[in-house]
Ligand binder design. Structure first.
Ligand code: PLP
Length: 400
């Protein structure tokens, strides 16, 4: 264990629980809950607008939160860090604001067959609206992006390449440097969905060759309702806003308006200061552990769970070897529907997700309706793996 379970009030309140669904959302340490409460107790006001001291304090808390998050993800120019509601909103922002201004009929958008719906549907809908072609890269038998196919799909008409850093359904850690290098050769916009990477891997976005990087705070110990989009400054400055209204304007004339500077241009309306403060506290907490240690802890648990599950007759684990996977173990058991399996696991207080994991195109490619998914984080231990294995064995007894 690399953290004290007592640091996490929910886990302390439910000592019997084996929480193996952190890929869906993580539990929150006391430090994050305290930061949230402290903001609302001491500094809450609408930022940016008030001339009074309390509002200035709220503005400062919001500014400091952005600076802290930027530092955590390796971004020096913190104005490139835009707070959103989460990965879904971040990716919709890019597909809508950049997409409608830049993608036209005949253009091609390349995505992969393992994307979460949040990095699939916005591109699909954009392509349908403007008459562009959506090209979907296939996968290898062990659940990786087929790089030869990706290379073949990216051509002179490609103007967007969008891919996940880490698959939520398989855990595959994708070679994003190679993928973006391929996209760069044709001058395509590179968009990376980092929802499953930011919580689990050391991240240095300034040194990733991507135009946009998106993630959610709630999967990395932060509160629900706050995520991030990091964009290249010159692209953000040139593209139109996503939403319009308060805060994002510079001047509103009767006939037209001009836009505020970054990051405000992309943060219309009252910002979610409290959750940003909570996310900053989450970054502080994770930095206190060290992301290399987080990765190593999860790699150990994932390897153990994969190996022990694979040794059970009738169990199939999906995706590449554990060394190339984040803390996700997606599996099926012959003769037991993943939903039934999850119900039996729940009887043993083991929380896993069962279903298509918002990746129906991937399930079609795997030719299965669903998997059960156990996902690990910093508060999990081998005792959680033991409980998972006991539950799967019990399910096999129940279903004969
Ligand atoms: N992308 C991936 C890979 C995810 O795992 C998720 C959430 O599960 C999302 C996008 C969407 O994140 P959110 O629902 O926080 O917007």
């Amino acid at each position: 264990m690399i953290v004290d379970r007592a640091d996490f009030p929910l886990l302390a309140n439910h000592p019997e629980l084996h929480y193996l669904d952190s890929a869906a959302t993580s539990q929150k340490p006391r430090a994050v809950l305290d930061a949230l409460l402290d903001y609302y107790r001491c500094d809450n006001a609408n930022p940016h607008r008030g001339a009074y001291t309390l509002s200035a304090r709220a503005t400062e808390r919001y500014h400091d939160a952005r600076a802290r998050v930027a530092r955590f993800i390796g971004v020096r120019d913190m104005d490139r860090v835009i707070f959103t509601r989460g990965t879904t909103e971040s990716l919709n922002l890019v597909a809508t604001a950049w997409g409608y201004a830049n993608v036209t009929a005949g253009d091609e958008i390349v995505i992969t067959g393992m994307e979460h719906h949040a990095n699939f549907v916005p591109w699909q809908q954009l392509a349908r609206s403007v008459g562009a072609k959506l090209r979907i890269c296939g996968l290898t038998a062990d659940g990786r992006i087929d790089l030869d196919q990706f290379q073949a799909l990216v051509g002179p008409n490609t103007n967007v390449a969008a891919f996940g850093h880490v698959s939520n359904a398989l855990g595959t850690i994708n070679p994003i440097a190679e993928l973006s290098a391929i996209a760069r050769r044709v001058g395509a916009l590179v968009v990376c969905d980092g929802a499953q990477a930011a919580p689990h891997l050391p991240l240095d976005i300034d040194h990733l060759d991507v135009d946009f990087y998106a993630f959610s705070g709630h999967k990395m110990l932060g509160p629900m309702g706050c995520g991030v989009l990091v964009g290249k400054r010159e692209i953000l400055e040139q593209m139109p806003p996503y939403q319009t209204g308060g805060d994002m304007i510079e001047y509103v004339a009767d006939e037209r308006s001009t836009w505020n500077v970054l990051p405000h241009k992309f943060e219309a309306g009252t910002p979610n200061v409290g959750d940003a403060v909570g996310l900053a506290a989450a970054c502080e907490y994770l930095d206190g552990i060290g992301m290399a240690k987080v990765r190593e802890h999860e790699r150990t648990l994932t390897a153990s769970a994969s190996e022990r599950l694979s040794a059970i007759p009738g169990v199939r684990v999906y995706g590449p070897p554990a060394a190339d996977r984040s803390g996700v173990v997606s599996f099926t058991v012959d003769g037991i529907h993943p939903h039934d399996l999850a119900t039996i696991l729940d009887e043993g207080q083991v929380c896993v997700r069962a279903g298509h994991h918002c990746a129906q195109p991937l399930m079609r490619r795997l030719d299965i309706p669903a998997t059960a998914r156990a996902s690990f984080y910093i508060y999990n231990t081998e005792a959680d793996v033991d409980a998972l294995i006991r539950g799967v064995e019990r399910a096999r007894e129940v279903f004969g």
